[in-house]
Design a protein around this ligand. Structure first.
Ligand SMILES: Cc1cc2nc3c(=O)[nH]c(=O)nc-3n(C[C@H](O)[C@H](O)[C@H](O)COP(=O)(O)OP(=O)(O)OC[C@H]3O[C@@H](n4cnc5c(N)ncnc54)[C@H](O)[C@@H]3O)c2cc1C
Length: 328
């Protein structure tokens, strides 16, 4: 409960939100779906700004990639034809898996999920980490200055208390949002660049029941070209876990041949994947809690990492095979 809430603002312009959030005299936070914020015990929050009229609920595509507005709900993302056909639908599937309650998915937004971070428990964060998705952040400022009268060469009128309104926009990686975002920055949208057509993705999760939060989840994005790993992305996450990109595994596989040289049927060299995981995840030490110990997550993480990499690599190889057969 926000016990000391005094003001509720309903605005139609992003600049108004930025000015309200930049106030130093009253802690003002954005209100999106409200599923997390309204249950928060934060006695410092004095005001909320409702974002629902900002027209930030959209999923579009242009040359820069797919743009998903901050007020897009998890359900809209799960239902979006654009996201469903994007690399085996990993973002759409992870959006739906993020909460098994349709009621929550219909309210919870992308912006709220990113800003809540680990507390959101959302599988979506792990999927966005492998898509190299970027968050567009905007902040505003208002400053009062006294202008002097200028010089003999450049005469001017002295004015006191002139108000300047400033605006800054920057992009940060989705996986770094909790570390990077400042309290006065509003999440505007997420941009996902479209990967090469041969890319494939895989997403898997472990929960106590199929409808429970994920004790652990894993996502992989793999592009195989000419039977060589061109691009590999691997991330692990789960409840109370910051999604972690496992770059050491990615680097070990990129540039390596996919198939086993001795294999008659050109099968995937699974030993190479196992070796990369064992070496690359040697320092992986996930947090433990009452649901799952660090050791359990570590061992299960290695097994999940193998399964998502294997699946994504196989789909990517199959896609390349089908598209090259189509060209013949
Ligand atoms: C009963 C219940 C069950 C839940 N189960 C799940 C679950 O299974 N899985 C799951 O992932 N989550 C779950 N949640 C948590 C919640 O649904 C998520 O954290 C949700 O994604 C938050 O989104 P929202 O739009 O409701 O954000 P809000 O609650 O409106 O806001 C969350 C935070 O983000 C900030 N914020 C919102 N929008 C922006 C923006 N554009 N820019 C900057 N900051 C912003 C707010 O100020 C606030 O600090 C559950 C919540 C409840 C109440």
């Amino acid at each position: 409960m926000l016990l000391n809430l005094l003001e509720y603002h309903w605005v139609e312009d992003i600049d108004d939100v930025l000015l309200l959030m930049a106030r130093a005299d009253a802690k003002t936070v954005p209100l999106a779906g409200g599923t997390y914020l309204l249950g928060l015990e934060d006695e410092d929050i004095r005001a909320v700004v409702d974002l629902r009229d900002l027209e930030l609920a959209y999923i579009t595509e242009d040359a820069k990639g797919i743009h998903v507005g901050a007020m897009t709900t998890l359900q809209m993302m799960g239902d979006s034809p654009l996201l469903k056909e994007l690399v085996t639908g990993i973002v759409a599937r992870a959006s739906l898996a993020s909460s098994f309650s349709r009621l929550i998915r219909e309210s919870a937004t992308l912006g709220g999920t990113l800003a809540a971070g680990v507390a959101s428990q959302a599988d979506l964060l792990t999927a966005l980490a492998v898509m190299d998705a970027e968050v567009v952040l905007r902040s505003g400022s208002k400053s009062q200055v006294n202008l002097s009268a200028g010089t003999a060469e450049r005469p001017g009128l002295a004015l006191s208390g002139v108000t300047f309104k400033g605006k800054q926009e920057r992009r940060v990686a989705c996986s770094a949002i909790s570390r990077e975002r400042k309290p006065n920055e509003l999440i505007i949208e997420v941009v996902i660049s479209r990967p090469a057509s041969g890319c494939a993705a895989s997403f898997m999760r472990i929960g106590r029941t199929p409808t429970d939060v994920a004790l652990l989840n894993a996502a992989a994005l793999v592009e195989v070209n000419g039977d060589v790993y061109q691009k590999v992305r691997l991330a692990l996450g789960g409840v109370h876990m910051e999604p972690t990109r496992i770059e050491a595994v990615e680097k070990q596989l990129e540039g390596q041949p996919v198939a086993d040289p001795g294999s008659a049927n050109n099968a995937l060299n699974t030993q190479r994947v196992v070796d990369a995981i064992q070496a690359g995840m040697a320092n992986f030490s996930p947090p433990g809690d009452f649901r799952a110990s660090s050791g359990y997550r570590r061992v299960s993480g290695m097994s999940l990492a193998f399964r998502v990499l294997e699946e994504a690599a196989n789909i990517s190889r199959w896609r390349n095979m089908v598209s090259s057969e189509g060209r013949q």
